[in-house]
Design a protein around this ligand. Structure first.
Ligand code: G3P
Ligand code: CA
Length: 256
């Protein structure tokens, strides 16, 4: 990777590993997250869904076909059924045998990292689960003493205003990121401390970053894997980059 302009002197940019180090490992697997921690990620991004028996699992898609050797809808499958699937082989034979990851196990992994490693937790499909997903997430966080936001390790993210509102009611101290994929979304949803526009949106409308910052919001952009996109975000004053390639992006933002 090459970078053309030195823009980062004296800046502190956070790097969040999107679904782990998911460029090289199967997303949302323990191997992907361990690699991200080894790569120096400040925090780990994960998507969470509820299994049929109420367990929080780290899976992006509604269905399991893309990332496993099974078939079906995550929310209609029990944890035992999900755990029987291979979530690694789709990425290559060398990843064969990777299992679905429970959110709680990811949390324990982050806490055992030996340095502060945060979690950026994205809740998926809030309306379908009717609030149960957010309640379970906050229950798990409370069990570990992490729901008040004071440790600075956990933040919650969603494209849904409903989800952010629910999370705020359950855990008002947690930093909340309102994810934005379309330009027409309101700039300041209730309870959000940060905004998270996609890189496509930022490329089309670079002024968006300044407008969000002027509203008092922190700005984190996803998914920033290319050097030119890293440069663009640094130039615009983005404070956090979410990337599938934490090692490479960390190296770019730390370049003197
Ligand atoms: O980090 C935000 C980003 O993950 C949102 O999009 O589809 O990758 O969950 P998606
Ligand atoms: Ca996500």
């Amino acid at each position: 990777m090459t970078v053309t302009s030195p823009l980062r002197t004296g800046r502190t940019i956070r790097v969040i590993a999107h679904r782990g180090a998911s460029f090289e490992h199967p997303e949302h697997t323990l191997a992907a997250y361990r690699q991200a921690i080894a790569d120096g990620a400040d925090a780990l991004e994960c998507d969470v869904r509820l299994s049929a028996d109420g367990r929080l699992v780290c899976v992006h898609d509604r269905r399991v076909e893309r990332t496993s050797d099974g078939r079906g809808v995550v929310s209609a499958m029990t944890y035992e059924e999900l755990a029987a699937l291979d979530f690694g082989r789709w990425k290559g034979e060398e990843h064969r045998g990777a299992q679905v990851l429970l959110f709680e196990d990811l949390l324990k992994e982050a806490l055992a990292a030996g340095r502060p490693v945060g979690l950026a937790v994205e809740t998926k499909h809030p309306t379908r689960a009717g609030g149960r997903l957010e309640a379970e997430l906050v229950r798990v966080l409370k069990e570990h003493g992490l729901a008040d936001g004071r440790d600075g390790l956990i933040e919650v993210m969603s494209f849904s205003r409903t989800a952010l509102t629910r999370l705020h009611r359950l855990a008002p101290g947690l930093p909340a990121v309102y994810l934005i994929e379309r330009p027409l979304r309101p700039l300041r949803p209730p309870y959000a401390t940060h905004a998270g526009p996609g890189i496509d949106l930022v490329r089309r409308d670079p002024g968006l970053v300044g407008r969000l910052k002027a509203k008092g919001l922190g700005v984190r952009v996803w998914t920033v894997d290319e050097p030119e996109d890293v440069e663009l975000c640094l130039r615009l004053g983005v404070d956090t980059l979410i990337t599938n390639r934490p090692r490479e992006v960390r190296a770019l933002v730390e370049r003197p």
